[in-house]
Design a protein around this ligand. Sequence first.
Ligand code: DMJ
Length: 631
Amino acid sequence: MLVRKVPGFVPASPWGLRLPQKFVFLLFLSGLVTLCFGALFLLPNSSRLKRLFLAPRTQQPSLEAVAQVASHPRARGQESPPNPAPAAPAPGEDDPGSQASSRRRKGWLRRTHPTGHREEATATRGGGATALRPQEGSVPSSFDFKAFRSRLRHPVLGTRADGSKEPQSLVQTQREKIKEMMQFAWQSYKRYAMGKNELRPLTRDGYEGNMFGGLSGATVIDSLDTLYLMELKEEFQEAKAWVEESFHLNVSGEASLFEVNIRYIGGLLSAFYLTGEEVFRIKAIKLGEKLLPAFDTPTGIPKGVVNFKSGSNRSWGWAMAGSSSILAEFGSLHLEFLHLTQLSGNQVFAEKVRNIRKVLREIDKPFGLYPNFLSPVSGNWMQHHVSVGGLGDSFYEYLIKSWLMSAKTDMEAKDMYYEALEAIETHLVNVSPGGLTYIAEWRGGILDHKMGHLACFSGGMIALGAEDAKEEKRAHYRELAAQITKTCHESYARSDTKLGPEAFWFNSGREAVATQTSESYYILRPEVVESYMYLWRQTHDPIYREWGWEVVMALEKYCRTEAGFSGIQDVYSKVPNHDNKQQTFFLAETLKYLYLLFSEDDMLSLEDWVFNTEAHPLPVNHSDSSGRGGG
Ligand code: DMJ
C-alpha cells in the first residue's frame, strides 16, 4: 500500500506511539541500560558478573606468557621501538634512568622481536597491560631491581681502572686472550650446535645428553653471564634472543634435579641479577616449579631424578641400587632456591631447602662426617663413604656460601660448615711423604689416598671461609687452602700436557698422578683454576696468575680444535686424543674463573656475590642500603 505524504500527518508507530511518546520511551530505556551496566562495576559483589562479561580481556596468562609479553612488549605490532625500554644498566652504568645510559644501552641490551613459540605467542594475544600481571601468589609482578642494585657495594663489573688509555699491560693482554677463547667457544657452538645442549667439535654437531629432561640449550644458559661479564655484547644478545624465542619449558623427559638447578636455574638467576631482564626471572621461577615434585618423599629429601611429564621422581639406579639420594645433589640447592623465593614471593622453595638443612642438622654423623648416600625414605645414611670430591663436594661449598650469601646472618650454615671442616681435617686431610697436602676419601674409617679433580675446588672454598673462622684458626685455614691448591697444581705440573687428570693418588711412591688410564682424562673441568682465582683474591701472590696462565697455554695447545674446545683422554700424552665434547661448564666456569683471575678484585666483588657451584654469580642479601650505588 502506498502511503502518501500528507502535510501535518504523522504516522503512528507499529506500537501505536507517536514521536514525542517514542522519544520519552527511548530516553527512559537508555537510562535504564546505563544504570544496570554501571551497577556491574559499582556494586561491591560484582566480581563474578565482571568475570562473565570481561573474561576474554582479563584472563590471566601463564608465567611463560608473562615472560613473552614482558620481553617483547611490541612483538604484536612488529615495530621497532624508537628507544629501548628501560631495562638493566649496561656494565658500568649506575643510573638506568639517565639519558646517557639509555643511549649506551641501545647496543647492549636492545630488545629483539622474535616470533616466539606458537603456544606461548597465542597465550599472549589480546593481553593488554593487565595481562602482564602474573598468577596471584606465584610470581610478583615486579622485583625492585633498582633498589637491589643500589645496595651493592661495588659496580658489578668493577671500576674498570684499566679501561684507561694507558699502554696495554700484560694482564690486560692475558685477559683479552681468555676473552678470545670464550668468543671462539661460543661461536663454534653457535655455528654447529646452536640450541643443542653441547657442542661436539670433532663431528661438528650438537649433543643433547640425558640429564636435562628434554630441555635444550644448556650451553646457552650456562654462557649468558660469562658473555655479559666479558662484554661480548653481540654474543650476549644472541644468547638472550635464543632464550626469548626458543627456550621452551614444556618438555617431558627425566631430568637431574641437581644439574638443572645448578646450570639452568643458576644461569637464569645470574642473568636476571646482572641485567634485570624479566625473561630470565620468569623462566627461572617456572623451571623451579617443575623441579618441585622431586621433593615428594617421606623425609622431604629430594630424589635425584624428576620426571617432567608425570611429576614422578626416582633415585639414580647407581645410588645404592636406587635407594639413595646423593649429598652433593640435595645439598646444593640452597642458594638457588632461596633466590627463587626472593624473586617469586613463593615460600615453597625456601621451605624445601630449609627442611633438607633440618634433616641434616638432626641426623647422627659418624665422627662429625657427612656420608654421601642418604635414604630419602628413612632419612638414614646408606653407606659410610665420605668425600670432598664427587658425590660430596658442593654440599660443603653451599654451607659456607649460604653463610656469605645471607650477609653473614645464617649462623646455622656457618656452624655446620666449620664443624664439618674440622671433621674433614681430623679424618681426611693428609700430608704425603713428599710433603703434598691432600684430602683423602673415607670408607667407614679406611682411607683411599686419592683426590679427584672435583675435590680441587676445596682450596678455594677453604680460602673463602678462612676469614670468618675463629681467630686462632684463620691463618691455619689460609695455609691449608694454599697447600691443597699447590697439590692440585702439582697434579697438572706432573703431566705431559700440564693439564690435570680426573683423579690422582698418593701411594706406592707416586704422588699427585693418576695410576690408571681410566683416570687420566681431562674434560675441561674448572676446579683447579677456581681455586687459583680465590687464592689470588685472598693473597695477590703472582704465582696464582702464573699457574692460571700455564692452564691457558695448555688449553690452547691440547684442547683447542678447529671447531671448538674439546676434552682429552690422556693428560700424559702429548698427542691429544680428543673426547669430542665442549662441556657447558667450560664456558660457565673454567673460562669465567680464568677471566676473573686476570681481572680487578672488584669485578663481581666477593663482598657482593657468591658463585654457585656452576660459577653463576648470585647476590649477597644486603638488607641495608649502605651500598655505594653499585650498578
Ligand atoms: C660442574 O658442573 C659443577 O662445578 C659441579 O659442582 C661439579 N662438576 C662440574 C664441573 O667439573
